[in-house]
Design a protein around this ligand. Structure first.
Ligand code: HGY
Ligand code: MN
Ligand code: MN
Length: 413
């Protein structure tokens, strides 16, 4: 068989996705595999078993990233394929897992066809891409690229009060493989688009040229508890009302800046009793823009609005930075290779910007990187209704296979 005729086995890939989706399955057909949870451990264990069944040595690094390298004929920097297995709590079966398991299918295909690449081919599953339980998103890839020290990661405390370092030990993924020991030749990530563009256009392959930046903020509003019945409306320090006014101003903020998104994802009030004026409100804001200056402008404007609304509401507001990942362009050469592969395999494709953050935007700082998107039905993600078809997965994984082969080179069999 000629290398150009190589194709992945769709049924096997789909079966792996189905099995992985059982790890953290929720009754509504979704998946909850929060980073370092028991469900995450089950998914990790399954993935490691699959890697070992392929005869690969599995390395667990100091922050729990799972890495396996299939040797090439030459001992050089590897082409790395990756994504993540952790999900948000209302997750679907495809976000992250599609990329990790498409990478596994690439390795399975090469093994069964006896193809040897020149460069080694690596596969990695990064710890805590989502930032849902530990709000430092892309945590594992940041440590992998040296942007966060291992000690910093271990000391991160989750929303549930647990420490990353302790949870890594508890689930048996506090590895000793040194973070940063691998410097890839290039990095590829297949991912569901998580938006509607490809699905609406009926285009099977998205080629990501740039990935949005994001700024995550937590706002703590402090007022004064008081009686809901006896306290006149003009004599209150109502933390919930002030917080609601700030959140209600987000659409106006977003529409004032091109391509800006602003979302309040978490909102809580205290004491949370029906007849008590809340003395405290805590909420998060997720700001996104593909342009760094606009993202900064959005944050600046937001901070000003918080101060203006809180002083007008006679409450105090404190803003904490939960995380910031700048926008990132992908490598033009890798983008071109993906585009050429899609053309050669006769898959229509479209270049695009990612509205979601990905580990690839961290890897892009240390090596040539690009992403392959496949359509999300109705653009839905971070939801049990998240869905991509077997055909979409097949197309994406075949493009991933041949892009990896072009970057790694193939030893004449
Ligand atoms: O938040 C994101 O964009 C990604 O799903 N972690
Ligand atoms: Mn993802
Ligand atoms: Mn996600």
């Amino acid at each position: 068989m000629k290398v150009s005729e190589l194709r992945i086995q769709t049924a096997r890939l789909w079966q792996s996705l189905e099995e992985m989706a059982q790890r953290g399955a929720t009754p509504d057909g979704g998946v909850c595999r929060l980073a370092l949870s028991d469900a995450d451990k089950e998914g990790r264990d399954l993935f490691c078993d699959w890697l070992r069944n392929l005869g690969l040595t599995v390395q667990i690094d100091q922050v729990g990233n799972i890495l396996a390298i299939r040797p090439g004929s030459q001992d050089e920097a590897p082409v790395l394929i990756g994504s993540h297995l952790d999900t948000v709590s209302t997750g679907g079966r495809f976000d992250g897992a599609a990329g990790v398991l498409a990478g596994l299918e690439v390795l399975r295909t090469l093994e069964e066809k006896g193809i040897r690449t020149r460069r080694p081919l690596g596969l990695v599953s990064f710890t805590n891409e989502e930032g849902a339980r530990y709000t430092t998103d892309m945590m594992g890839s940041q440590a992998f690229c040296g942007e966060l020290s291992v000690e910093q990661v271990w000391a991160i405390r989750g929303l549930d009060g647990t420490l990353v370092g302790e949870e890594l030990r508890r689930i048996g993924y506090a590895g000793d493989f040194p973070c940063g020991a691998i410097r890839p030749y290039a990095y590829l990530e297949l991912h569901i688009e998580q938006g509607p563009q490809l699905d609406r256009a009926g285009i099977p392959i998205g080629i990501v040229e740039a990935i949005t930046g994001l700024t995550w903020l937590e706002v703590i509003v402090r007022g004064a508890a008081n009686h809901a019945g006896t306290t006149p409306m003009d004599n209150r320090r109502d933390a919930a009302l002030a917080a609601a006014r700030i959140v209600a101003s987000l659409p106006d903020l977003a529409s004032s800046i091109p391509d800006q998104r602003a979302t309040c994802g978490r909102f809580s009030v205290a004491p949370g009793i029906v007849n008590v004026i809340p003395h405290e409100a805590i909420f998060t804001v997720d700001l996104r823009n593909g342009d760094p200056a606009r993202l900064l402008e959005a944050e600046t404007q937001f901070r000003a609005r918080v101060q203006e609304i809180s002083s007008r509401s006679n409450v105090l507001a404190e803003i904490r930075l939960l995380g910031h990942v700048p926008p990132q362009r992908c490598d033009p050469q890798v983008v071109s290779v993906i585009e050429s592969v899609a053309t050669d395999l006769a898959y229509p494709s479209r270049r695009m910007v990612s509205g979601a953050g990905h580990d690839a935007q961290i890897l892009a700082r240390i090596c040539p990187t690009a992403m392959i998107f496949i359509p999300s039905r109705d653009g839905v993600s971070h939801s049990p209704a998240e869905y991509s078809t077997p055909e979409a997965l097949e197309a994406g994984a075949n493009v991933l296979l041949h892009t990896a082969l072009r970057l790694a080179g193939v030893e004449r069999a």
